[in-house]
Design a protein around this ligand. Sequence first.
Ligand code: PLP
Length: 496
Amino acid sequence: MKYISTRGKSAPVTSAEAIKKGLAEDGGLYFPDEMPLLTAEDLKELCCADYPTRAAKIMYSFLCDEYTYEELLDECRQAYREESFPGGAAPVTKLGDTLRVLELWHGPTAAFKDMALQIMPRLFVRAVKKTGDARRALILVATSGDTGKAALEGYRDVEGVGISVFYPVNGVSRVQKLQMATQEGKNVEVHSVIGNFDDAQNGVKQIFGDAEIAARLNEQGVFLSSANSINWGRLVPQVVYYVSAYCDLVACGDIALGEEINVCVPTGNFGNILAAYIAKNMGLPIHSFVCASNQNNVLTDFFESGTYDRNRSFFTTTSPSMDILISSNLERLLFLACGSEKTAAYMEELKTTGRYTVSAEIKRQLDHAFTGGCCDEEQTAEEIRHIYDTYGYLCDTHTAVGLYCAERYVNTVDGQRKMVAVSTASPYKFSPAVLKALTGEVPENELDAMALLESKTGVTIPAPLAGIAGRTVRFDPDDAIKAEAMPESVLAFQRF
Ligand SMILES: *Cc1c(COP(=O)(O)O)cnc(C)c1O
């Protein structure tokens, strides 16, 4: 198996090279040139296995050109250990007859990014060694919230790697800011940047494009890399939990082996739902996918009309991790549907005009598997209340967007198959919005909202968020730097 670019103009690479490089040279994303298959026999065997074993087996089928099964099992055992995922890595909860919730937020930062970012650094470090590169890697991340913290936790104290995270000083929530300011680990650095997310992101992009910075770092034996969701090393661990959820449903007798399910995913960059689609392509019995969006419903319109159009207003919502107008991983879905030549042409159109329309043939193909759905701010709040009142289940704003679309699909399209709705964050990560939805209260202080939500619902605050106010601040948010000072901070990074 080789990894090829979705735009077809870069040479094929090994899995280790794909993970080390992230993006292909022609601007495309790496994808395996063949799809490993999962037979009913394989699935049956996985039903009896624990999460790390399931993860190692699935990941091995994609990475076997460079990684041994033993290596992967060893890394998965460490990444998904009980101390990091105390509630189990990806437990499934039953809500009534048809709805099932796949909870992906039991990791160290209470959001689903942990599922990939706890294992990806381990794959990355091995990838650097396997490609014969003796240099150290400096990971740069610009973040509007969840990714930065999850990357810091994933890369903390990893040998041969440093990580520097930049966030907009006024662009993240109080809890997110505290999570990053109190980050532990000897190889981490966190900077608040004056300006908004775009200022921080442009700063990082400029550093990546700066040949002089690259040369100066190279003299010190250092190269730059990123941790964003277009890297294959972040996608492949996400395929695992769909297989795992299916196995759990079989193991508890909720479905029969071979029975089809539907899946609904609250979507931003299209990485999570694409991983589910890859699982289907491997042979996992999934019938349909519901792609759930918030008010930023560019994907809903795409699945409805076949036209992707980013020329529209951007809304700031209570589900900020889905406030996205360009869903980068959609490129991989297009590649699967129509190959590299057409994909490259659509991406060129997107770049120059901000829009493209897929052919009728591709549209028909996508219609077979995907339905788009969206949920506005009021519906999100109502859904949080409705799910709590009906099932006594507390969910966050992102999960509510998904559950709203999942319930509508169950009620209007398919009430027969079990519907697995993905839950992407702990409700406590977005306490003010969740509390407001339930009680109408809006406390000034986010930390007060957390405590109030706990006393109202009796649902325990996850350990990683519980003691946050009492932790030592290592990176003072008030020491914000200007975006122009970012290159300097990167060149001065010494915490390897
Ligand atoms: C990142 C994120 C999403 C969106 O996931 P994609 O893979 O970008 O579609 C949804 N919910 C939460 C809480 C997230 O952090």
